[in-house]
Design a protein around this ligand. Structure first.
Ligand SMILES: *[C@@H]1O[C@H](CO)[C@@H](O)[C@H](O)[C@H]1NC(C)=O
Length: 346
């Protein structure tokens, strides 16, 4: 038998994998999200993320001011680490970046994305009224007033603040291109490249004053309920090409693995809301339909309606004006041989 000679090596590798990286987890299959709570009990606990943000959950909070971020405009001279961790593509962020508009200072640590597949561009984690966007960006910050680093903050109830950005396919996004152009350098798990800094503010939507706010969790194991969530109301766009690059360039397997596993559809399903409410910083009605494909049909429809109503009124008026003397003929059908208004025979 050949097995005994390499079984110990396999065993050591298995122990090594589990000891260094914890239990393995994936989005589907044997270690998929429905089984996360077996090894990571918090994933089956309360205050989980993401959620479907439905209108019924919303409560306007006038105390929610605009999100303010500091030192997001990074110089190309400062190098950032772009990496593939087997679950997402992640960009490390320098400790000088922070959110200044929360009661505590939250210092940036990293950003990463969740996305669908090239055939199904629906991979955001948060849903808005059950709508799933193509992808979602998470800029992760930790409470640096209270904790010295990310690892000390990650499991504390007031430990993290994440800025979430919904992404749809549309216009090309030059800010996203600043790191997407290096994505082929991190095709495989645990690969890393250094990339020049750029303006991280450009990854966020223009308006930082309109957002949803709720208490939730990490959306990956160990699912600690430690996140103060801010999801911006307005999505950003990336082009079809940019989305396809994100959805098709990466693998969740190592470069040396014999079967490459594509890294896509890395989003967690919406979790139970339970007793939570979602606070909103804005009061206005949703007017997004104006800018969507609904505007033209609505305009055409209402124009046709107006034309119809005007013609109907015209018809009625005309009938009324010429109708009174004709009343005697009501229901008589054609008046063959009678004089018409010009005095000629019809
Ligand atoms: C985080 O801070 C703690 C406490 O100061 C320290 O023991 C730990 O090594 C730090 N971890 C990292 C990753 O820097």
């Amino acid at each position: 038998m050949h097995f005994p000679s390499f079984t110990p090596i396999l065993l050591i590798q298995l122990i090594h994998i589990t000891a260094l990286h914890g239990a393995k987890w994936t989005y589907s299959g044997q270690d998929g999200q429905q089984y996360w709570s077996k090894h990571y009990p918090y994933c089956g606990g309360p205050f989980q993320s993401p959620i479907d943000i439905e209108s019924e959950l919303l409560r306007f909070d006038p105390t929610l001011g605009p999100i303010e971020v500091q030192n997001y405009d990074l110089s190309p001279d400062e190098q950032l680490t772009l990496g593939n961790n087997g679950h997402s593509v992640q960009l490390s962020l320098p400790g000088k970046m922070y959110i200044s508009s929360l009661p505590r200072r939250y210092t940036a640590a990293q950003l990463h994305l969740h996305w669908g597949s090239s055939s199904k561009p629906a991979g955001s984690e948060h849903l808005v009224n059950s709508r799933q966007y193509a992808a979602e960006l998470h800029v992760v910050h930790f409470n640096s007033d209270k904790y010295p680093n990310m690892s000390m903050a990650v499991d504390k109830s007031d430990g993290l603040a994440v800025l979430g950005v919904l992404i749809e396919v549309g216009e090309f996004n030059p800010a996203f291109e600043q790191f997407l152009k290096f994505i082929n350098g991190v095709k495989y798990r645990d690969q890393k490249v250094q990339i020049p800094g750029f303006n991280i503010r450009g990854l966020l939507p223009p308006r930082l004053d309109e957002y949803y706010r709720y208490d939730g969790s990490l959306t990956t194991p160990p699912c600690y309920p430690s996140v103060l969530w801010t999801l911006f109301r307005n999505p950003v766009t990336i082009s079809r090409k940019q989305f396809v690059a994100l959805a098709t360039s990466l693998y969740s397997s190592h470069a040396q693995d014999s079967t490459p596993l594509p890294l896509n559809s890395n989003f967690r399903k919406p979790q139970a809301v339970d007793s939570r409410v979602v606070l909103v910083s804005f009061k206005e009605a949703d007017e997004s339909w104006i800018s969507t494909g609904l505007l033209v049909p609505i305009l055409v429809g209402s124009s046709l309606g107006i034309v119809l109503i005007v013609s109907l009124i015209c018809c009625l008026l005309r009938q009324k004006r010429s109708g009174a003397p004709q009343d005697k003929n009501k229901g008589a059908g054609y008046n063959i041989g009678e004089k018409d208004e010009y005095g000629s025979r019809v």
